[in-house]
Design a protein around this ligand. Structure first.
Ligand code: PHE
Length: 506
């Protein structure tokens, strides 16, 4: 069977950027930067990008392109079953994330429509929780299905699975070639409008004001590394899978730099737009920017609707463009995470791409209904928190240690990347992967475990968000642990005979 391939280099780069640019760039980065030193955050941020983000991206592009498989298959071909499980772990984490990421996109679609007549009224918080989400149950209870979420959610899955069904070139590549430029244009309009509002400068001042002492705070460096992993979609099995569809002669290193810098440029743009808008709102209400700054669900679905309410004109249009940006940024990321398990399952069991799509995508769509129930937001909150705390950067740490130190593949990978890329990798690459990144991530994981895992069961100060032990255990800890256990179990099975053999080219 011929392996699918990207049609053009730009198509691949666009898809990689589509995966990286997501909700995280718009609703996470601005606040993380603001909270962790403002302008001074750019130092740890750039450091994390250059020592961990881009080096790991180069490594993942190289592994996928050389071994031509989904993450588990590429790892298996490189070092056997002892590494395959890691690929499955990342695949399961991606699977879980896709189940709730789809729901947030569904909200964004609904809010795009709400924008036109400012349906949220003046109490945007009450509207979100009561009228829109019907969040009237206890954490851990589902309640009934919320049709206002369910219907756009069905739409999200139909688009995503439809695009994947059309294949790598006619589906993923084409969709990204349309969605990403559209996103950039729409988002630029939003940002340009935001920076010309009254009070915008006040917001930008709060965002960029460097808080130099923060540089001495280890938590700020940890935040920078954590953000870079999430934002660049590395250690999620995605970039390996996407690179596996590259032709034999493809640039790897330069493409990784383009992807990394494009993602950061978008993030910076988002920071400027979001804080300009926050400055406008603070100015309107006569409060400080600090009083209105927020992230995540609160920023996008509570604060932003308020900002839109106060707009001097074209409120509905501006709101719709903002929520459409979230939708497009989210969709291209959802497509990429879904592709990881579609590819992995299809290769492992030797079933067609479409069967795997129906099975894997169908299962994710089914599970995602849990997050479209009345108690959905609580489930989303806990699963997201645990999977991020004990998933992403942790996989990155295990990945660099195994690849560089245990299986000693760095030189081989460097040779491969250098043979086909414009830019040659210097010694810095191996130092970043093998030394700098493991030290920082190791420190970070140790700290996280100490603080978070123990705190989860700390009866004095309470669990995360005050949730019950039962709920934390079942929705948080179990789900995060399941990803790793299922990952190990999946690696026990044999590869379908079409994929078990791999001839390395000399
Ligand atoms: N990189 C995406 C973002 O910034 C997040 C993401 C991670 C999406 C992993 C898919 C998979 O939002």
């Amino acid at each position: 069977m011929e392996r699918s391939q990207w049609g053009t280099r730009a198509g691949f780069v666009m898809a990689a950027i589509g995966s990286a640019v997501g909700l995280g760039n718009i609703w996470r980065f601005p606040y993380v930067a603001y909270e962790n030193g403002g302008g001074a955050f750019f130092i740890p941020y750039l450091f994390a990008l250059l020592t961990a983000g881009i080096p790991i991206l180069i490594m993942e592009f190289t592994i996928g392109q050389k071994f031509r498989g989904s993450a588990p298959l590429s790892f298996f071909r490189m070092s056997g079953k002892k590494l395959e499980w890691l690929g499955w772990w990342a695949v399961f984490v991606s699977f879980i994330i896709s189940c709730y990421y789809a729901v947030i996109i569904a909200w964004a679609i609904r809010y795009t429509i709400f924008s036109f007549n400012l349906a949220w009224g003046s109490d945007t918080e009450g509207f979100l929780f009561n009228e829109f989400l019907h969040l009237t149950v206890q954490p851990g209870q589902t309640g009934g299905i919320v049709w206002g979420v369910f219907i756009p959610l069905a739409f999200v899955w139909i688009i995503t699975l439809g695009i994947l069904f059309a294949g790598v070139k006619k589906g993923i590549e084409l969709a990204n070639r349309i969605f990403i430029p559209t996103l950039v244009v729409i988002f630029l309009i939003v940002v340009l409008r935001a920076v010309t509002l009254d009070g915008a400068l006040m917001g930008l001042d709060a965002f960029f004001k460097p808080n130099i002492e923060e540089l001495m705070n280890p938590a700020v460096w940890v935040a920078a590394y954590g953000h870079i992993f999430f934002s660049l979609s590395v250690a999620f099995a995605i970039m390996i899978t996407y690179a596996s569809y590259l032709p034999k002669k493809s640039d790897l290193t330069n493409n990784a730099f383009i992807t990394g810098f494009a993602n950061s440029a978008f993030e910076l743009l988002a920071g400027i737009g979001i804080f300009a808008a926050l400055g406008f709102m603070a100015n309107q209400q006569g409060v400080a920017v600090a009083d209105v700054a927020a992230a995540g669900v609160g920023l996008a679905f509570v604060v932003f609707p308020q900002i839109i309410n106060e707009f001097p004109g074209f409120n509905g249009l501006f709101g719709a463009l903002f929520f459409l940006s979230l939708t497009l940024a989210g969709l291209t990321s959802l497509i990429s995470i879904t592709e990881t398990y579609v590819a992995g399952v299809s290769e492992k069991f030797g079933i067609s791409r479409n069967k795997s799509l129906a099975f894997g995508g169908g299962l994710a769509a089914l599970i995602s209904i849990l997050f479209a129930t009345q108690g959905g937001l609580y489930f989303l909150d806990v699963v997201d928190y645990f999977i991020n705390q004990f998933g992403v950067a942790f996989i990155g740490l295990v990945e660099v240690i195994l690849v560089v130190w245990v299986f000693r593949k760095a030189d081989m990978l460097k040779g491969h990347a250098d043979a086909i890329s414009d830019i040659r990798l210097g010694g810095w690459w191996k130092i970043c992967l093998g030394i700098v990144t493991p030290i920082v991530l190791g420190y970070m994981m140790f700290g996280l475990f100490k603080v978070n895992l123990l705190k989860q069961f700390d009866t004095e100060n309470g669990n995360y968000e005050g949730y019950s032990d039962m709920f934390i255990m079942s929705a948080g800890v179990t789900v995060a642990a399941a990803a790793i256990i299922l990952g190990v179990l999946a690696s026990f099975g044999k590869w379908h005979k079409d994929h078990a053999e791999f001839e390395e080219e000399k």
